[in-house]
Design a protein. Sequence first.
Lengths: 352, 352
Amino acid sequence: MGARTRRGEVGVVDLARELGISTATVSRALNGSSAVRPELAQRVREHAEARGYVANRLARALSANTSRAFVGFVIPYVDTPAYSAVAAECARLLSRDGTQMILTITENDPELEHRQLRELLASRVAGLIVSPSTHILDASKQLLTSVPVVQLHRSCGIEAPGVFSDDEQAMAECVLHLAALGHRHIAYLGTPVALSNGAVRLRGVRRGIELAGLNEDDVTMSLVEPTQQNGHQATLDLLREKPTALMIGGGSLSVGAAHAVRERGLRLPDDLSLVAYGDPSWFALSEPPLTTVAVSYQALAETAAELLLARLDERHRSPATTHLIPPQLRLAGSTGPRNPGEHNGVPGGNAC
Amino acid sequence: MGARTRRGEVGVVDLARELGISTATVSRALNGSSAVRPELAQRVREHAEARGYVANRLARALSANTSRAFVGFVIPYVDTPAYSAVAAECARLLSRDGTQMILTITENDPELEHRQLRELLASRVAGLIVSPSTHILDASKQLLTSVPVVQLHRSCGIEAPGVFSDDEQAMAECVLHLAALGHRHIAYLGTPVALSNGAVRLRGVRRGIELAGLNEDDVTMSLVEPTQQNGHQATLDLLREKPTALMIGGGSLSVGAAHAVRERGLRLPDDLSLVAYGDPSWFALSEPPLTTVAVSYQALAETAAELLLARLDERHRSPATTHLIPPQLRLAGSTGPRNPGEHNGVPGGNAC
DNA sequence: ATGAAAGCGCTAACAA
DNA sequence: TTGTTAGCGCTTTCAT
């Protein structure tokens, strides 16, 4: 067909010709094959360097039919650091390994997710880090068996290692904390149980209720898809029940909830004790600073990236381990003793 | 070499054989070439669909030697929504076009940036969206000429369209706002002028000073690389000068500054008027809510994605237009009249 | 230890 | 309108 296009770039053939050796040897030298005379290998590498050679990753990956040129990162949402910041951090870490990260957003849509997974596989990604959509298709799970996968934040019950925040313990602690402060009428705003992390957090809340000797009826619950919008609306609804404490199980929900609480003019912690969930650096800025189930996104990202890279190395699959990152219950000014006199209602005057 | 590996996937050859036609026709039909009998094309597409065919993107891009299979997204930092959320949003938008986005983080390191750009080009990206590092290498700029580029947030003076926040106007307004409140001793914390956006913001501040009839000496300035850490430290330093108002020119800087202000126990706006910069949803949660130069990251992402896609279509380069997204100066409770009596110093007792 | 050559899966000349 | 065939740039088998 002839030179389709050739931006004056150097390729292995050029190097081979210039060095008077074969392309095979060039390739071997550049890939650190032991079957090359070290001195020759050195010479090849130097020449490649001098000529500014950079291997075409497409050709390399296509030819090898498996390489770590690309990995895919699949997340449902963009508007929370739990996803976007973790994605960026993973990209940073993976690039140290020479691996490029393709980022795709499913918008929590199972069909879209399926298409994106297919396209990712069509790019011959070496592996995937995935936060599955809430109602992931079986077909998608099937696709996830064909390549090393690490599950992040959410599990979809496939045989693959995962990195999650260890929320059960933290949520239970949270309930105990509120109960110890005298709260009996608590509201919980979390994510649906169809979401693995929603289920885990709810389990924690239930365990806390039990341990605190509370009645399950004392806790009003609302489980919604994790968006700021939903968090805002659900909080307004929950507040109608006049709980004395509100705990949130989700980062986006927390932001929405905080706005709703402020909108209603509730004073923290006098009118309401509030426990947020997620990235601490923001909530600390609130006044009073919010008691927070603080998740280390940094640790999550690091673990996920390491896990995937390790996975890419092994030819023999190791068991699918689950890695739990313990969040911290950071006590701050938004939680306090239940105020027995004033069942929060009217924004009630000044603090002084 | 033989069948190197062949996970039972269908390829064009399979389709061609099964339909009794040539691979070329299959390819043409699948790519919507007009030179195929419509009825045949239809039959090919249906068969491909039925067989679950998904084109190998590597092979396709390698063969075509130019395609929109991949684009690169290059940013310096991960810890601010200005980068990570915008990256994720762009990935979302680009995927609608069937384009996969490779995300890389330069850590604001010119050498790393250069290596990453080379590797991105080695992946034959169709285009790039780039937030250049502070001291980008000339060699990197050179690389950026070989492919359609959109500059985001920061410009590095190359011939390429850009999408920026129109900060000059907003920063000037901001100074005027503070001056109108009676502030004469203002501090400005921004990013270095080596950064295009740092230069723009500073220009805005200067213009505001002029318009407000202030003296340049009235404004203490500190220009640092935009990290929360730096913002925190620089704010502590600036506060020693006892300004009555502090304005910030950067998102990460604002978070660091807010923490520093809180740490010092300053009451807003009594002890200090504070203007933050960046994503409004957080700063609104502060107490009092922070007056903010609110940037629409959504609009930035949309514009950048659209611009790049448009760029990929054109064969004839259109002029490198600059797109300015106007931020809004959102007045809130953190700015107020200068308190002439009390030159902020000791955290001074209770508000009541 | 090295070279020759056959592909990886696709697209695009060129011919018919 | 369709088929034949030569690559895209690299890796890897097989032979030496």
